[in-house]
Design a protein around this ligand. Structure first.
Ligand SMILES: [Fe+2]
Length: 387
């Protein structure tokens, strides 16, 4: 559905983390005004992830939401008059971290597959003019795929002058150290309906409305930092070593930490530990946004998938990345002792959205019941996605 127009391997080696790219007419997507309204209405307006930005600042909640007693339960909702007034005066409404919106997930899932990273999707709507920037120039601490769904928006980008900021290093908190260059932007893109812009973390940007409605989806992707591995070592591995448990001598700097430093270096360079960390991290962090299929999977009288159902894997990594360990939705599946299963999974990886009947045909030398039973169980454990 999205035409990234850059081969995935080239994106990963030449663009991801390092330089932006812009793609005209990258996707064909229709979203109605009613569907946009529904996404906003289903958002939790009280949550910090729902925001109204106005004149470069996030508005306090009391400016645009009201609480009321809703038949025995206190609830909050948008104060419509206030919301309308701010929006008419150039504010931007942001629904951050959108969950359970199938329309949005179509894009979200494609970006996750393309980048191999988990993503977060946010919707931005504004009616402002060129002078109504709701944001000051800032950097994001995640890589972002911007998809213009309606109208236009102007994006001016400056190269990073503080490379690869971490999530704790928001540009607004670091203005005493670094600010956006006053020079002309390194890139300027006018995004129109169907256009895609990739902005790596750390690139300064100030998206500006163009005096007409603008609706864009921002899909941010999150990689694993080197620091995450070091923190994991500190918590999980270093306490097993005497060197890490020793006291520092108080009030002097004459401690000899060479043995401790050597130990940390050894652990950091231990490939088995890195693999162990990657597996644990993937189990803990990566979840897919799956459909439920209650009537197929929960019905005790059904124990196989329909032949015309399409299947794809909920894996976040390539099969060869973790050898025999496959991880999806918090489950580790070891396939090294199950060669038939490994072959079927590789086949599904290489044929996304393959039909059940095609799998049965490809593996016709195996018992049909065995293959059907395996696919059904993989679906129940959320290892495969059924469409
Ligand atoms: Fe941003």
């Amino acid at each position: 559905m999205i035409n990234f127009n850059i081969n995935r391997d080239i994106f990963l080696s030449e663009y991801q983390n390092s330089r932006p790219f812009f793609q005209k007419k990258s996707f064909d997507f229709s979203i109605t005004d009613e569907q946009i309204d529904e996404i906003i209405l289903r958002s939790d307006v009280l949550d910090d992830d729902f925001k109204l930005n106005y004149k470069g600042k996030v508005l306090p909640k009391e400016k645009y939401i009201d609480g009321f007693q809703d038949i025995g339960k206190f609830r909050y909702k948008l104060n419509k008059a206030a919301f309308v007034s701010y929006m008419r005066n150039g504010a931007t409404v942001i629904a951050n971290k959108i969950y359970n919106e199938p329309l949005i997930y179509k894009f979200h899932n494609e970006v996750e597959k393309y980048t191999g990273r988990p993503a977060l999707s946010s919707l931005y709507i504004s009616y402002g003019g060129y002078n109504d920037s709701s944001f000051r120039s800032h950097w994001d601490t995640r890589d972002v795929f911007v998809m213009q769904l309606k109208g236009k928006k102007l994006w001016r980008l400056h190269k990073p002058n503080y490379e690869l900021p971490l999530p704790t290093q928001q540009s607004k908190d670091m203005e005493h150290i670094v600010t956006c260059p006053k020079t002309n932007p390194d890139f300027e893109f006018l995004l129109e309906e169907g256009d895609l812009l990739y902005v790596p973390r750390g690139w300064w940007h100030d998206p500006v409305p163009c005096g007409e409605r603008t609706v864009h989806l921002s899909v941010g992707t999150y990689g694993v930092y080197r620091n995450d591995f070091l923190i994991w070592l500190i918590n999980e591995e270093l306490p097993n070593h005497l060197e890490s448990r020793k006291y520092l001598n108080s009030f002097n700097s004459h401690d000899n930490l060479e043995d401790y430093a050597e130990l940390i270096k050894q652990l950091l360079l231990d490939k088995n530990l890195l693999k162990k960390f990657n597996v644990q991290h993937a189990l803990k962090h990566f979840r897919s946004n799956d459909n439920l299929h209650i009537n197929s999977l929960c019905n005790p009288s059904v124990n196989k998938l329909d032949l015309d159902k399409q299947i794809s894997l909920n894996l976040f990594h390539k099969v060869e990345d973790l050898n025999s360990d496959l991880i999806a939705n918090g489950i580790l599946l070891k396939v090294d002792k199950r060669p038939d299963m490994e072959k079927i999974i590789k086949f599904i990886v290489n044929h996304s959205n393959v039909k059940v009947e095609e799998i049965l045909s490809e593996f016709s030398y195996l018992d049909v019941e065995y293959v059907q039973d395996m696919l059904f169980k993989l679906a129940c454990y959320d290892f495969i996605k059924v469409n």
